[in-house]
Design a protein. Sequence first.
Length: 191
Amino acid sequence: MGQILWPAAWLGLLAWYVIVSISWTLWLFFVPLLYSFYRAFLQPAYISWAFHTRRLLRAYPWQVFEEPESGIGKIPGATDGDVWLSFPNPERVDEKLPMILKSHIRSMWWRRRLGRGHTSVKTAQAREVWFAGDPRFAAVVAAPGPRHFYVVQQRPMNKRGVADPHGASPAALERARRAGVRLPDPSSATS
């Protein structure tokens, strides 16, 4: 809906702004015109995010984790404000891999629920976490429902955005490629 409505609202308000010359209506519609332009400008990023989420959800089923290990900062690769959740490595269940939800507007909900000093009501909202993906590469994290989607890309990556395979099996690498994760070319790894 937003893909159509925000650009349509922006164009409609722009047309009203250009065509109608009643000065008080120009001031009335100026702020909605700016906000609808901002939202219409963001829509291409939302489209790519939606397709990436869809690819991950097609390749990996949802898994439910009760009270996964989590925190804010204090792990390698996380800044003081970054939220992280740990999930088991699919090939070594005893090994937990942290996934960092970098500071972003979508991570704010998680930060408020997993942070220190928050009410038990908010903390209970993030007690159960839905997870679809491989913690070595990328995943979709959500609250039950699913709500509050967050796509997490695992680090480290090189400068071209290619993930480090962490010694994953060929089947896991192929599944990650199907999910849209950029991995090193297998032909260059063998040569």
